[in-house]
Design a protein around this ligand. Sequence first.
Ligand code: GRF
Length: 214
Amino acid sequence: MMPTQIVVLISGYGGNLQAIIDAVEAEKISGQIIAVISDKEEAYGLVRAQEHRIPAYVLTPEKGEPRAVYDERLFTLLQDLNPDLVVLAGFMRILSPRLVDQYAGRMLNIHPALLPKYRGLHTHERAIENGDTLHGVTVHFVTSDLDAGPIIAYSTVPVKPHDTAETLGDRVTYKEHKLYSQVIAWFAAGKLKNEGSRVILNDIVLPKEGVMVD
Ligand code: GRF
């Protein structure tokens, strides 16, 4: 079987990208990262791509460029690359429905909260402010509803009494890297499918909160 052709979209540090690169190199993911695309030229993840000889593309938005126009450029690049799977790994842009629809069932996102709680930004701050004792990270298929696509899997972390957004965030980050690699490995092995709002793993329809990965 041909290894799953993966494109990873980033905007920053690329910690998740690194975890995915490592999992591919360790053959835990039966795939190949054929390209990394960043919307920011200073993203450290681009250095990671270079170090691992992965083609890297910078696609910065022009000043005042409408979202639809930027997305059309991204759409064209993705069509040229022709991936089996698009992985959003800290890509800080909302994608237009046309792009998302094109990759329905083969575009993943990781979100640093236990969805459906805390869509959007500042998730660690919000979990602390609300006095949550449990927080975590979720991986889901991407739809045009922000952070609201069908959930695949989640990992939890405790919120400790004196946590700051930073200490809590570090705990979440550690789980993110394990969780994302695992979900991508399932997809690449053909074990993971998305049919409408249903997520199917190993021929079993998952509950709407997804499967827990420790
Ligand atoms: C992660 O917290 C991820 O959940 C969120 O953006 C952050 C990206 O971090 N979507 P990194 O660039 O992978 O280190």
